[in-house]
Design a protein around this ligand. Structure first.
Ligand SMILES: [Zn+2]
Ligand SMILES: [Zn+2]
Length: 88
């Protein structure tokens, strides 16, 4: 984290581009974009069974469907945003 940002953490970094809200259970896909687990899963479920799954943000495609891993870094920072702001 860039300590220079302090309180003004880039909110976009913690927002899901699907629901436009703060990430709930953040997961990061291979292209580096992050989504709520529920959002990206329902997005991909909506695409049906297919060979490729695409990132809603940059359209990068993945196949087979990636296993989503919880992004602990984002989850922790997000938690920090709620409890103690700007003390990093
Ligand atoms: Zn979301
Ligand atoms: Zn992407």
């Amino acid at each position: 984290m860039d300590s220079q940002h302090g309180v003004n953490l880039d909110r976009e970094q913690f927002c899901c581009s699907v629901c436009l809200d703060l990430l709930k259970e953040p997961v990061t896909v291979h292209c580096g974009h992050s989504y709520c687990r529920g959002c990206i899963e329902s997005c991909w479920d909506g695409q049906g069974e297919r060979e490729e799954y695409s990132c809603p943000q940059c359209r990068e495609t993945f196949h087979p469907r990636p296993v989503l891993k919880r992004n602990n870094m984002l989850a922790e920072v997000r938690g920090g945003l709620c409890s103690k702001v700007g003390t990093v």
